[in-house]
Design a protein around this ligand. Structure first.
Ligand code: URA
Length: 226
């Protein structure tokens, strides 16, 4: 049997990253994502403006599977069902603002959704019907050139998707960390000649978001108004 590799990192209301299972490096060192996939993970986190010490990193399965094949965990007397239960005990203790699921195994374990290519990048709900989840292609797909990311030009687009999804998860996590406990929301709707063109939302006097409802320039071109 391989070694138990526990989750590690910052707890309580942060960002949780969930991978599939430890590989040989993780098994030897006893920490998640410390091999070549870990180097990529650190790179994507840095590009998203966060360090791995600021997030919690774990895996669905806590032991390196035989031949690195998750379908073979039965040979170690484990089942995905049990592993998911343990994962959710971990998640419930942390109460993350956002979970970034790395690859389809993690996506399925945390959200019940199947198909990373279809669901990646979208904000979806966890199996507990309250935790926000973003899925992305597993960074290891860039190393193997097969499966989720799939080699060559696909590798390039997979890298761009992963960068995008990491940034999205980090900013979503930060947004909820920052605004947690804020009770008041100010809303401002901008209109031009009674046509709503933009809606502004703010939880704080110095921060807000503006959501355009209309492309004002094409409205102007098409109608001459504005
Ligand atoms: N290392 C891990 O800890 N998890 C993975 O999913 C891949 C590599």
């Amino acid at each position: 049997m391989s070694n138990y590799v526990p989750g590690e990192g910052r707890g309580e209301n942060g960002l949780v990253l969930v991978g599939e299972a430890p590989g040989a490096h993780e098994d030897r060192i006893g920490r998640p994502f410390v091999g070549p996939s870990g180097d990529l993970l650190d790179e994507f986190l840095a590009e998203a403006g966060i360090h791995r010490s600021e997030v919690y990193i774990t895996n669905v399965v806590k032991y390196q599977p035989p031949m690195n094949d998750i379908k073979k965990i039965g040979m170690m007397g484990l089942s995905l069902e049990e592993c998911e239960k343990e994962l959710w005990t971990e998640i419930n203790a942390i109460k993350p603002n956002c979970i970034l699921a790395l690859g389809n195994t993690a996506l399925k374990a945390v959200s019940g959704k199947d198909g990373i290519q279809k669901w990646r990048g979208s904000v979806i709900l966890g199996k507990d019907a309250k935790t926000k989840v973003i899925g992305t292609i597993h960074p290891a797909a860039l190393l193997h050139g097969e499966g989720e990311g799939s080699g060559g030009a696909m590798n390039f687009s997979a890298r761009v998707y992963i960068q995008h999804d990491f940034k999205r998860a980090v900013s979503l996590g930060r947004f909820f960390e920052f605004y947690q406990g804020h009770q008041t929301l100010s809303v401002d709707i901008e209109v031009i000649r009674a046509i709503p063109v933009c809606i502004g939302l703010a939880f704080h006097p110095n921060h807000g978001v503006s959501v355009p409802l209309l492309d004002v320039f094409s409205l102007q071109n098409k109608t001459g108004i504005v």
